[in-house]
Design a protein around this ligand. Structure first.
Ligand code: AMP
Length: 132
C-alpha cells in the first residue's frame, strides 16, 4: 500500500505544496511546530533515509537546502532547524523548521493550529521565494 506521502505526491490527497521537481516534493507539515514547518521528501517511497542511495541522498539534501533558503526569506527566524525522525510516516522526509531557540525543535510541544488561509499564504510565499 502507498504511503500517505506517496498519495500526496500523486495528488490523491491534498497538500500545501512548496516546491517540486522530478525527484523531490516539499510541502507544509500539517501539524507544524512553527509557521513554515516544511517536509521535503523523495518521490520514490523509501522508508528509512539511510537506505536512500548515495546519489539520491545527496540530491535530496541539495533540494532541501534550497527549500530552507526559501523558508527563511519568508518566516523570520534565527535558523532553519533540520531534523529527520520518520517514526510516524514510513516515507523518508526531512523536517525544515524555522527556529529561534532549541525548544522550537521540541516535537512534544503543542503544534500550531493554523487556518487554511494561513497555510495557503505560507505555501504561496515560500513557493514564490523558491522560484526566485
Ligand atoms: P515523523 O514520521 O515522526 O517525522 O512525523 C511525520 C510528520 O508528518 C509529522 O510532523 C506530521 O505532522 C506530518 N504529516 C503527517 N501526515 C501529513 C499530511 N497529510 N500532510 C502534511 N504533513 C503530514
Amino acid at each position: 500500500m502507498s504511503s500517505i506521502f506517496t498519495k500526496i505526491v500523486k495528488g490523491e490527497i491534498p497538500s500545501y505544496k512548496i516546491a517540486e521537481n522530478e525527484l523531490f516534493y516539499a510541502f507544509l507539515d500539517i501539524n507544524p511546530l512553527a509557521k513554515g514547518h516544511t517536509l521535503v521528501i523523495p518521490k520514490q517511497e523509501i522508508d528509512y533515509i539511510l537506505d536512500v542511495d548515495e546519489d539520491l541522498h545527496a540530491k535530496l539534501w541539495n533540494f532541501a537546502q534550497k527549500v530552507g533558503r526559501a523558508i527563511e526569506t519568508v518566516v523570520p527566524c534565527k535558523r532553519i532547524g533540520i531534523t529527520v525522525i520518520g517514526l510516524e510516516v514510513p516515507h523518508t522526509h526531512i523536517h525544515l523548521i524555522p527556529i529561534n531557540s532549541i525548544y522550537d525543535m521540541d516535537f512534544k510541544k503543542e503544534k500550531l493550529a493554523l487556518s487554511a488561509e494561513e497555510f495557503q499564504d505560507l505555501a504561496k510565499n515560500i513557493s514564490s521565494a523558491f522560484k526566485k
